[in-house]
Design a protein around this ligand. Sequence first.
Ligand code: ADP
Ligand code: ADP
Length: 236
Amino acid sequence: APLLELDAVRIRHDGATRATPDGVSLAVRPGEVVLVLGPSGCGKSTLALALDGLVPHAVPAELDGTVSIAGLDSREHPVGVLSAHVAMVFQDPDAQVVTGTLLDEVCFGPENRLVPAEEVLARAERALKLVGLWDRRADNPDRLSGGGRQRLAIACALAMAAPVLVLDEPTANLDPAGIDEVYAVLRELASTRDHAIVLVEHNLDAAVDIVDRAVVLDADGRVAFDGPVREVLRDH
Ligand code: ADP
Ligand code: ADP
């Protein structure tokens, strides 16, 4: 069964004149790595927020159609329940950094979900090792580079132990070194197949060798293509 399933999803932000995305249906299955592409303003970020359940709960917008997260209708379940199934990494890593050491940051999410302390620490160690920050666990996040802070944000998402990760342009605000660091982590994550990954990225070249499938939105927020990423490459 799909972990994420959108059926005829149409989202209109409060105050906006048109819906973006508009009529989007798609499914993401366990272990799949899916790229979401499309021109600026077509609704990629909004789609990511819907896949995560933040639309409709945290973002004031009108949602038509159905978003199922692990079989749960996102409209009918609070973000706290949906977050067991999907974790999100935003464009700006500082949006989710709280305070304290790197280890505190990574423990914060699962602690809030009342995961037992021993399990929290085990998850934090695994996640910080995967992103290459375990040796820096006692540092303050302020001391990390942009790429380091985004790797920390990925570790925070991993510590939630959700089967799906949604990343919204995770390298958009990074310098070339930071982009390479984050892609090295994403490549590793994608190869393990432990997670379904939805990656919003406008840079096809950066993402192409780690994704299986591409979903391309057109300027009106409709699905223009959904299939093997190689076919998108061929059309470019
Ligand atoms: P993308 O990520 O593809 O650039 P977005 O999902 O950010 O697209 O935005 C889709 C459309 O919705 C755009 O027209 C944008 O201006 C509009 N939009 C996004 N967020 C809001 C908001 N909070 N309020 C009103 N309109 C919004
Ligand atoms: P992206 O780089 O993902 O395309 P945008 O530049 O479209 O992001 O939007 C950046 C932020 O501004 C987002 O939080 C989005 O919700 C908000 N935003 C975008 N368009 C509008 C809008 N027309 N009105 C209000 N907020 C908007």
